[in-house]
Design a protein around this ligand. Sequence first.
Ligand SMILES: Nc1ncnc2c1ncn2[C@@H]1O[C@H](COP(=O)(O)OP(=O)(O)OP(=O)(O)O)[C@@H](O)[C@H]1O
Ligand SMILES: [Mg+2]
Length: 228
Amino acid sequence: MSSEILRLENIEKYYSGSVDKLHIIRNLNLSVEEGEFISILGRSGSGKSTLLNVIGLLDKIDGGKIFIDGKEVDVLSDLEKDRLKNKMLGFVFQFHYLLPEFTALENVMLPALIDDFSNKSEIEKRAMELLKSVGLEERVHHKPSQLSGGEKQRVAIARALINSPKILLADEPTGNLDEETSETIFNILRDINKNRKQTIIVVTHSKDLAQISDKKLYLKKGVLETEE
Ligand SMILES: Nc1ncnc2c1ncn2[C@@H]1O[C@H](COP(=O)(O)OP(=O)(O)OP(=O)(O)O)[C@@H](O)[C@H]1O
Ligand SMILES: [Mg+2]
């Protein structure tokens, strides 16, 4: 049985431009089922990152409603929103944002340690498993400066999954990688989606990445369409 994990209703988002207000997202609706792998495409400047940040509760909306796992987000207090964010959402960005002074393993462990420092050995075990699942068991004690671009991005994926988020959000996760490395990342995302039934929403310029998703959506003039 499928169930809805994310629902966006009539979302509006503006930014202030130098002259007029920029209307980036216009009355946008989206429903995502648990376990779905969705890709969002669209021209540069169409608002894809804005939309992902809105879904990830990193940016405020100017209208509409967001439901995550059936809970309406906007009625929650900031503290409740933060909890929901930590528990439900994992992020992978175009730039990995790993902490340079920590090893791959420590970087993956950190988001879980922040929640529960008492459980270090269990968290380490989970982080090791995740690093293994992205093919980095031989690199766990490397610092980011000792990793390749693709390896850093794989660490970032493992880190995004450490708190077992219901939704993995990725904004151009292969934007800085060569074709072959991008393919490795695509395959990792596909395996995570299939093996863990992980819900994934990925913003990408890559048709190849979009091809392996269940549903391709195009952001155009502030709304999502199913046709290019
Ligand atoms: N903080 C901000 N303040 C004002 N305008 C912004 C802000 N962030 C984004 N914008 C504008 O909103 C529009 C959408 O930006 P966004 O980053 O979401 O596009 P995008 O589809 O992710 O583009 P790209 O493919 O280049 O990453 C752009 O025109 C941008 O200039
Ligand atoms: Mg963007």
